[in-house]
Design a protein around this ligand. Structure first.
Ligand SMILES: NC(=O)c1ccc[n+]([C@@H]2O[C@H](COP(=O)([O-])OP(=O)(O)OC[C@H]3O[C@@H](n4cnc5c(N)ncnc54)[C@H](OP(=O)(O)O)[C@@H]3O)[C@@H](O)[C@H]2O)c1
Length: 277
């Protein structure tokens, strides 16, 4: 396993598990639970979710998957922007705790920027942290100006991550946001690392992987993990695919392979507005 260090010094596996759309369908529920449990067995302890996912259904499914082994998981959840007032953040977190069947969320994020002031959300996060209901807090889908604003507010400098859309075809953050976050030692959590599976059918990536003996999912994940300070959270509800995705750790991409991927999927040459899904 590769590890990424949070600002607190705590190390987290660079590969975690996403859960968007998990718990939505009765037919796939058992396999999804079993996949999360297999992921935990294999060391994928970070499980990412949000109150938004299935309006709580994904959190409930996770609660079932981690029953009796809460200590083996690092749980990340997110508050809706419209709930992110001081009181609303606390209330939303308490609902998430209940669904997750735990008394503490490891990392609690503001899902994206809404109309409520950041200062209120930070007050909610700080109160939750003081009460032991969350260990760390952070944000998601925040651009550079949002991060700078957050850093000017009490508690803003303690943000533990910015969860962002980042994959071979979405490299805009490399222009200025990623360097700024690196300067503050705040790791990015890369979501949709295989572009919700669209990257797997990308002819350029498919050709690349044919030449290098790995699958497209493995190449996309290995590229992110080669950065050394990125946590990535692919979602799969299938046991065979969690093993395949974990196999990305077996591929240390060479300088030549990374250069070839830069040629096929070029980094930005100018500022790009923040993209989100
Ligand atoms: N903060 C945010 O705003 C935000 C936004 C989007 C996502 N996220 C988080 O990031 C996680 C990952 O992003 P994502 O779910 O959008 O997209 P993703 O991880 O890039 O792709 C997930 C899709 O790829 C399929 N898949 C996974 N591994 C595969 C493999 N080896 N071979 C073939 N297909 C494979 C999955 O299907 P199966 O399940 O059928 O395998 C699923 O349809 C989410 O689940 C969520 O936790 C956060």
């Amino acid at each position: 396993m590769k590890f990424v260090t949070l600002p607190s010094g705590e190390k987290l596996p660079a590969l975690g598990q996403g859960t968007w759309y998990m718990g939505d369908k009765r037919e796939t529920r058992a396999e999804e639970i079993s996949t999360l449990q297999l992921g935990l067995d294999l060391g994928l302890k970070l499980i990412d979710t949000a109150e938004m996912y299935g309006e709580g259904k994904a959190e409930e499914l996770i609660g079932e998957a981690i029953a009796g082994r809460r200590d083996q998981a690092f749980l990340v959840s997110k508050v809706y922007p419209h709930n992110a007032s001081r009181k609303g953040t606390i209330a939303a977190c308490e609902r998430s705790l209940k669904r997750l069947r735990t008394d503490c969320i490891d990392l609690y994020l503001l899902h994206w920027r809404g109309n409520l002031p950041f200062g209120e959300t930070l007050e909610g996060f700080l109160a939750l942290q003081k009460a032991g209901k969350i260990r760390y807090y952070g944000v998601s889908n925040m651009d550079l100006d949002d991060m700078q604003e957050l850093f000017s507010l009490p508690g803003g400098e303690a943000v533990a991550t910015n969860q962002l859309l980042y994959n071979l075809t979405r490299r805009g953050i490399e222009w200025d946001l990623l360097p700024w976050l690196r300067g503050k030692r705040i790791p990015v959590m890369a979501y949709s690392p295989i572009e919700q599976s669209r990257l797997l059918r990308n002819p350029k990536l498919v050709d690349f992987t044919k030449c290098h003996g790995m699958t497209p999912a493995q190449a996309a994940l290995a590229w992110l993990m080669a950065k050394g300070d990125i946590i990535t959270i692919p979602k799969t509800g299938r046991r065979d695919r969690v093993k395949e995705n974990l196999g990305a750790l077996d591929y240390e991409l060479s300088a030549d392979q990374l250069a070839e991927l830069d040629r096929l999927f070029p980094p930005p040459k100018a500022p790009v507005p923040l993209e989100m899904l």
